[in-house]
Write a protein that binds this ligand. Structure first.
Ligand SMILES: Cc1cc2nc3c(=O)[nH]c(=O)nc-3n(C[C@H](O)[C@H](O)[C@H](O)COP(=O)(O)OP(=O)(O)OC[C@H]3O[C@@H](n4cnc5c(N)ncnc54)[C@H](O)[C@@H]3O)c2cc1C
Length: 443
């Protein structure tokens, strides 16, 4: 079937055009543009159902797409066969239930929009991440996104109350009813979470909101030894308890890439947010924290809103900065916290000095972003081969995960298949078959 035919047929349900690079090339620019991809913009759940039903009947693959900030090549079609990108960006519902402390979000709402709407009603939206101005709540659900607040609120999975999704056959399934407790049957909404578009299109989700903090204190803590971060985290968790809002780290190589490495004695910087609520000032906890950490830990308080903003900007723009320095290889690993930095120096020893190897990320969740930047552009085969093999085998040895929060996408499919227990893989295949028997969803 030609793309012109697909465009003509799908235009009966929603605006459909040839896909420009804006939709067909992934954020990391690793997937060559599929010249036969078309993009379709349904504006309602009914229109999504019509599009999926037609595609399933005609065996045309569909790739759901939100903000296309995904980092594992799952949000764009690969190859050159005809494929439909189903953009969710027109699904913009947004309604807050103040008494239930929840928010119904259309799948295409950006995370920043959801955060702003929640804040305007006096709540905190549970998620935050550097891609918030582009990524969508539907994409966050489909990837079980994490981000910098997991240490306090958990990942998307911990905050979803209900979801509407459309199966490839066009059937609309409403899973969950927004209740905090509901033990009737299987919890289907949790199957959508992290399904990365392989089981259908999520068109809306209800998300739990949280009381908004009245203030926050941001700490920058410089350490001379990577192993000291675990001690710092233990003290922070014990001192601040549920007021610990974020605990992120950047190693010396990452700081150097941003021009933020003060001197060679610094091994790592931790950025720590402590939340404050009107009825519970945190002065005494902050004093206790400073008194408890070992004296060689260099603890500084961001004194102004501006220095607080700059600290977080450093962390949030780091992925963009690294991606601009050369071909980048991203590994999104998780471990027990004591192993957080285990792999980073070992990988550095495997590559020439022209290759930048940095470890940063969500220490509170044991989620290290190991980024390798091939600044000279000469090490592709070595990094894709022996270095990647080492990273995955070491991760398996340490009983870690090769995808903490970004998902599997296309990039990690082979590694996932080789590392996943065969029985689990078989169960996942059966679930896929049940939801998407024609195999058209994100094949
Ligand atoms: C600078 C930067 C920082 C980031 N920081 C973080 C971070 O801290 N934590 C984190 O977890 N991730 C992070 N990410 C990754 C990314 O932002 C998240 O994975 C995000 O949840 C993807 O949302 P999206 O709307 O862009 O989805 P897309 O990229 O469009 O899609 C991602 C996957 O979900 C599927 N999908 C999208 N929408 C739907 C839907 N409605 N129904 C079914 N399937 C769907 C797609 O097919 C694809 O497989 C970051 C990315 C960037 C570029």
């Amino acid at each position: 079937m030609s793309s012109a035919t697909v465009i003509r047929e799908l235009s009966r349900f929603a605006k459909t055009t040839p896909a420009s690079s804006q939709f067909a090339v992934d954020w990391l620019r690793k997937v060559p543009q599929n010249p036969n991809a078309v993009v379709c913009h349904p504006a309602s759940t009914t229109a999504v159902a019509d599009v999926l039903r037609w595609c399933s009947n005609h065996k045309v693959p569909v790739v759901p797409q939100g903000g296309y900030t995904g980092l594992v090549q799952g949000s764009v079609p690969h190859g050159s066969d005809i494929a439909v990108i189903l953009s969710t960006r027109k699904l913009q519902d947004c309604a807050i239930d103040v008494s239930e402390q929840s928010m119904l979000c259309g799948a295409g709402l950006t995370l920043a929009h959801a955060q702003d709407s929640a804040a305007a009603s006096g709540f905190s939206f549970p998620l935050d991440m550097g891609s918030k101005h582009s990524c969508t709540v539907g994409g966050n659900a489909a990837t079980n996104a994490g981000g910098i607040h997991v240490v306090r609120f958990g990942s998307f999975r911990s905050n979803i109350l209900a979801a509407t999704a459309v199966l490839s056959c066009g059937s609309v399934v409403k899973a969950g009813n927004g209740l905090r407790k509901d033990n009737t049957g299987y919890d289907l909404k949790q199957l959508w979470v992290g399904s990365e578009g392989t089981l259908g299109v999520i068109t809306d989700v209800a998300v739990a909101l949280h009381p908004k903090a009245t203030g926050r204190t941001t700490l920058r803590v410089q350490l001379a030894d990577l192993r000291e971060v675990d001690t710092l985290f233990s003290v922070a968790r014990a001192t601040f308890g549920p007021l610990l809002g974020a605990f992120e780290v950047i190693d010396a190589a990452g700081l150097g890439a941003c021009g933020a490495l003060e001197d060679d004695s610094v091994a790592v910087v931790a950025i720590v947010d402590v939340l404050e609520f009107a009825d519970a000032p945190v002065h005494s906890q902050l004093e206790q924290f400073s008194a408890t950490v070992p004296p060689n830990f260099d603890v500084r308080v961001a004194e102004s809103g501006e220095s607080q903003r700059r600290l977080w900007e450093l962390r949030e723009t780091l992925p963009v900065k690294l991606a601009s320095m050369g071909p980048i290889y991203k590994f999104d690993l998780s471990f027990q916290r004591e192993h957080f930095f285990d792999i980073v120096p070992k990988v550095r020893e495997m590559v020439p000095p022209s290759v930048l190897v940095t470890g940063y990320g969500h220490f509170g969740d044991g989620n290290v972003h190991l980024n390798i930047v091939d600044r000279a552009g000469t090490q592709d085969a070595h990094i894709r081969g022996p270095v990647t093999d080492f990273i995955y085998s070491r991760t398996a040895t340490l009983r870690g995960s090769i995808s903490a929060e970004h998902g599997i996408g296309v990039e990690k499919k082979a590694a996932f298949h080789s590392l996943c227990q065969p029985q689990q893989l078989e169960m996942m295949r059966q679930i896929k078959q049940c939801f998407d028997p024609t195999g058209t969803m994100n094949p």
